[in-house]
Design a protein around this ligand. Structure first.
Ligand code: GDP
Length: 317
């Protein structure tokens, strides 16, 4: 296995991550820690079958971010993307509500064929990562079918219908995970958690990005039993989500958007919470959870790296 020499000492890190915010953070972590000593456990609750293809948006955001293929401005998908296939789909009256670029579609074709041939998602993901030159290990939380559903005043929706087709405009009354009882951690996940010297929860949506990962019972139990620090990074700045519905969900489901409300999503699971300077005056109610105050907006490579350094610094070198 080729390993690029990175900053010493090497710290074995396991990062639980969603898509957009998670992928940005993971890039920072990999910049600071050794790529080969980092394992990312990705959310599959928002996986979706579109046009007969299996799409894993969060795993792909991470793959694209770590391979340098991501469209950083848009925040998802690949850079230099073209949309001919989807336009054709639309012109033929097909399903074109879920934006899939031509290059992106190529990856979904390869993944879908492998899954149909009986390969587990973790194996396909490892192969895709290798082909893309990604040295970091990326594991789906589970190879089993796990899907996020939202109960809203307008009805119950599968994740992507609520998030993409309806623009997450409906308030959320409850989040449910189809398949959670049967879902087992994908191969390597429990080992990565057991072997980590530090566990990180990326600044992803606690309910629909980290929540589905924690819905895998054995994975959650492994976190509860951890013997190493677990540090979460808040996805809120000044009580507001940088992007997406995390703030509205916290307000409605947890009763507020303070650091304590974010920490409340991870009961018994975290030892420290990295919060933005904009929330530094609002640290009441954290109890045993240590606040680590810093700037958390990942607006540049340097900003990502600084945030990762702070989170990784929770373990003395
Ligand atoms: P998704 O699965 O694609 O929705 O992505 P995630 O759940 O991983 O990321 C969405 C979350 O990332 C949102 O709640 C954002 O508030 C958060 N986020 C995005 N960029 C930043 C950032 O620069 N700093 C912080 N602290 N959070 C961010």
């Amino acid at each position: 296995m080729s390993r690029r020499a990175r900053r010493e000492p090497r710290l074995n890190v396991a990062v639980l991550s969603g898509g957009v915010g998670g992928a940005r953070f993971v890039r920072g972590v990999v910049d600071v820690a050794a790529a080969a000593a980092t394992t990312v456990v990705g959310n599959v609750g928002d996986d979706v079958e579109v046009l007969g293809l299996h799409v894993s948006p969060d795993l792909d955001s991470i793959l694209y971010a770590l391979s340098g293929l991501a469209d950083e401005r848009r925040g998802w998908g690949r850079s230099d993307e073209t949309w001919d296939a989807l336009e054709t789909v639309g012109s033929l009256g097909g399903d074109d509500w879920f934006a899939l670029g031509d290059k992106d579609l190529g990856l979904h074709l390869v993944r879908t064929e492998a899954l149909r041939a009986g390969e587990p998602l973790s194996t396909v993901t490892a192969r895709l990562a290798e082909q893309l030159g990604v040295a970091t290990r990326l594991l789906p939380a589970t190879d089993d079918r796990l899907r996020t559903w939202l109960d809203t005043p307008a009805g119950t929706f599968p994740f992507q219908e609520w998030f993409v087709a309806r623009g997450h405009r409906d308030e959320v009354d409850a989040v449910r995970f189809e398949g959670e009882k049967a879902a087992r951690p994908a191969p390597g996940v429990l080992e990565a958690i057991a072997g980590a010297e530090l566990i990180l929860l990326a600044p992803s949506n606690p309910y629909v990005s980290i929540g589905p990962i924690l819905a895998v019972r054995q994975l959650r139990d492994a976190l509860v039993r951890r013997r190493v620090p677990c540090v979460a990074v808040s996805p809120l700045i000044g009580g507001r989500a940088v992007k997406g519905p995390a703030d509205r969900m916290l307000q409605r489901l947890a009763g507020g958007t303070s650091p304590a409300h974010v920490a409340g999503c991870y009961p018994g699971l975290i030892d420290a919470l990295v919060v933005d300077e904009a929330d530094a005056d609002d640290l009441e109610g954290l109890g045993d959870i240590r606040p680590i105050v810093t700037r958390t907006l990942m607006s540049s490579r340097d900003a990502r790296r600084r945030l990762a350094e702070v989170a990784l610094g929770a373990v003395p070198a």
